[in-house]
Design a protein around this ligand. Structure first.
Ligand code: SF4
Ligand code: SF4
Length: 104
């Protein structure tokens, strides 16, 4: 399963391959190193049974989420620190629209 922060061109797409990170509570390196607090760890809502708390040590019960994609500065620290290569940043610097700029 792959978690994509949001689709859109304005901000970087921060992409997590959650299949490579089944138990984020055992690592959390990306959460600790990100200066912009882009990540969070949350439970997989589809697996939640009523109000029963999910065991964070069981594979897939919790996933790394991208909650502040708009704050990402593409510093790549999270990519460097992730031990399983689960994070990708997809960002293309927008080209300036020369035609609309020249029309004034
Ligand atoms: S690239 Fe930098 S700012 Fe963006 S999510 Fe990773 S650590 Fe945070
Ligand atoms: S650094 Fe990688 S393995 Fe560790 S919690 Fe973040 S996504 Fe998962």
């Amino acid at each position: 399963m792959t978690y994509v922060g949001h689709i859109g061109k304005k901000f970087p797409n921060v992409i997590i391959d959650t299949s490579k990170c089944p138990v984020p509570f055992l690592c959390k390196k990306c959460l600790q190193i990100c200066p912009e607090a882009v990540f969070s760890v949350s439970h997989d809502g589809a697996k939640e049974e009523k109000l029963k708390e999910l065991d964070p040590r069981i594979d897939g019960n919790y996933i790394v989420g991208v909650v502040r994609r708009d704050k990402c500065t593409v510093c790549n620290r999270c990519i460097d620190v992730c031990p399983v290569d689960a994070i990708k940043i997809d960002y293309v610097i927008p080209k300036r629209d020369k035609q609309s700029a020249s029309k004034g």
